[in-house]
Write a new protein. Structure first.
Ligand SMILES: [Ca+2]
Ligand SMILES: [Ca+2]
Ligand SMILES: [Cu+2]
Length: 275
């Protein structure tokens, strides 16, 4: 993103001030300080303690308190929202302080979660897991992968099973707007709840803890929460077909084709159900 440049004058007219002493900018904007007096610094921190987030002349060794004189220019680009205080290392005690308020990052929100499986050569098929109302229903065998999508790029966070039988396998991975959570040991005929916690975006915004429910009922080819003869018939009706967007639940073992092995799995779960 290309930001704007906002100017602040350091010590104009012999005063011990920054002018203006507070500026409001957007994420990605730059503040450019120009010295109009001698022996001043721009030093970040809550007056009067340097916190080394930024400082003149070049953002390094901030606690040393290097000063500059009339005509010097220092600029800093703010890539994270927040309120940033700064001061002059020499004249802080005289009230030579300022603030930069950075806004404009879109809020971090979760937009969707799916249970994703690759069905051999037939492709990848997702089952939506709504964040409210009746949880989505996963009906395939094997380990599961939840993929959550957010409004911003996400960089870190945790996932844990907070309800039902199953385990998060390894650490979540982050790529662009998505977070991927691998699950293992997930029992069938139950509702699993995975809670996403401390999911953080590139602007250091943190998502409130978010539970994601997934009903698991292997062999429920028509996703009506019970496994019965209808699921057997439905699976048989597609024998010999490749999995596609309309029939992939009938490829119960997710190997890409619908055949007798899938029918046998459905039959082995007859009579099971999930609330
Ligand atoms: Ca069914
Ligand atoms: Ca199959
Ligand atoms: Cu000063």
């Amino acid at each position: 993103m290309v930001g704007q440049i906002v100017d602040v004058t350091v010590g104009p007219g012999g005063t011990l001030t920054f002018s203006p002493d507070s500026v409001n900018i957007s994420t990605g904007d730059t503040v450019r300080w120009t010295w109009a007096g001698n022996i001043h610094s721009v030093t970040s921190g809550t007056p009067c303690t340097p916190d080394s987030q930024f400082c003149s002349p070049n953002d390094t060794n901030c606690s040393a308190g290097t000063t500059n004189n009339t005509g010097f220019v220092y600029q800093h680009t703010f890539n994270q929202p927040g309120t940033f205080s700064y001061f002059c290392i020499v004249h802080c005690g005289f009230g030579m302080t300022g603030t930069v308020t950075v806004s404009g990052a879109a809020p971090l929100q979760i937009t969707s979660v799916v249970s994703r499986k690759t069905h051999g050569a037939a492709g990848v098929f997702d089952i939506n897991l709504p964040l409210s109302g009746t949880p989505g229903l996963e009906s395939r065998t094997g380990d599961y992968t939840m993929v959550a999508t957010f409004t911003n790029n996400v960089v870190s966070g945790n996932a844990s099973v907070t309800g039902g039988v199953g385990t998060v396998n390894g650490s979540p991975t982050f790529s662009g707007h998505t977070m991927t959570v691998n699950l293992t040991g997930v029992a069938t005929a139950q509702t699993l709840t995975v809670t996403l916690s401390h999911v953080t975006d590139e602007f250091s915004q943190v998502l409130p803890d978010t539970p994601v429910g997934m009903r698991v009922l292997i062999g429920d080819a028509n996703a009506n929460a019970t496994v019965n003869a209808a699921d057997v018939s439905l699976t048989k009706s597609s024998l010999g077909s490749s999995a596609d967007a309309t029939n992939f639940r009938r490829d119960v073992n997710a190997n890409g084709t619908i055949n007798a092995a899938d029918v046998a799995i459905v039959k082995s779960h007859l009579g099971e159900g999930v609330p």
